[in-house]
Design a protein around this ligand. Structure first.
Ligand code: C2E
Ligand code: MG
Ligand code: MG
Length: 276
């Protein structure tokens, strides 16, 4: 559909309708599983938001997140996504299903808001979800600024019992020495690097060494953007225990996950009590 005539200024439209999009449920959280290679089971899920607009159709995050960041509204979106994740985990508990850790993407801009940690904590405190089931997912570039606002808040999240994950690792200018200062539970290797595994010896060496370093430091590693057998084989061989990508599953809506459950096509969830 050509929406140009009806919505000449998409940015203005999205900003005007952001509040409504949350209220009406146009903002929908999709979930992409993270698989433990050794068991083939789901050991985590990442929350990825979509804007299903009645006029514009389904928009990917790249189409609206930079706009919300530019006007400091991104924390409202990220907290909304957190609320949906909490509601999902509570639903799973009611249904007697296993609950695996869920990562929520937090923009660097969120860390400039002085009360982001308490906003997150409040929402988790009034729920039946322990903070250990929520991972604060922050991209590498946000961590590499050495900005005190980011570093101190990541520390607070860790001390409150949340998991702290670094997204897109290996892509930017994060100095490994910062791993001494920030506690990360998991580093997620950038999908650009993973995508070069088949064609680049250098990429294979870099990933092998990143995994080795993280393991020696007691930090888990996941690879994102895994798309084929060869990548799975290589990553498993070098000890990258967690894998995420279209090879296993694209991000899907909660209703799709529940349908897959009913039809027996959902990849099994790991029992957190029986984990190695
Ligand atoms: P990300 O956090 O690194 O998420 C991974 C992106 O890669 C997702 O795109 C996912 O659909 C895509 N992906 C996963 N596996 C594969 C694969 O095997 N191949 C390929 N080609 N792509 C794969 P998506 O959902 O479009 O999200 C893009 C980015 O938008 C995310 O990157 C994240 O930085 C941001 N984002 C998404 N949801 C949120 C949110 O709720 N809040 C904030 N602040 N940012 C978000
Ligand atoms: Mg992410
Ligand atoms: Mg990523």
């Amino acid at each position: 559909m050509n929406t140009g005539d009806r919505i000449p200024d998409k940015r203005k439209y999205l900003l005007e309708n952001f509040g409504r999009a949350m209220q009406e449920g146009w903002l929908e959280v999709y979930y992409q599983p993270i698989i433990r290679g050794s068991s083939g089971r789901v050991c985590g899920e990442e929350a990825l938001v979509r804007w299903d607009d009645p006029i514009l159709g389904v928009l990917n995050p790249a189409e609206f997140i930079p706009i919300l960041e530019s006007v400091n509204l991104i924390d409202r979106l990220d907290l909304y996504v957190l609320e949906q994740v909490i509601a999902k985990l509570e639903k799973f508990e009611e249904m007697g299903l296993y609950r695996v850790v869920h990562s929520v993407n937090f923009s660097q801009i969120d860390f400039f808001s002085s009360d982001i940690v308490s906003e997150v904590k409040q929402r988790v405190d009034v729920s039946s979800v322990p903070p250990s089931l929520i991972a604060i997912d922050v991209i590498e570039s946000a961590c590499s600024t050495r900005d005190e606002a980011v570093l101190s808040k990541l520390k607070e999240f860790h001390e409150l019992g949340f998991q702290v994950w670094m997204d897109d690792y290996g892509n930017g200018n994060f100095a490994p020495v910062l791993l001494q200062q920030i506690h990360f539970d998991l580093l997620k290797i950038n999908m650009g690097l993973v995508g070069q595994l088949r064609v680049s010896k250098e990429a294979r060496i870099i990933i092998t060494e990143l995994v080795r370093m993280a393991m020696a430091l007691g930090i888990e590693v996941a690879a994102e953007g895994v798309e084929d057998d060869e990548e799975v084989e290589f990553l498993t061989e070098i000890g990258c225990i967690k894998l995420q990508g279209f090879y296993y599953c694209k991000p899907v809506s909660l209703s799709d996950i529940l349908t897959r459950y009913k039809t027996g096509t959902q990849i099994g969830f790991e029992n957190p009590d029986e984990r190695d």
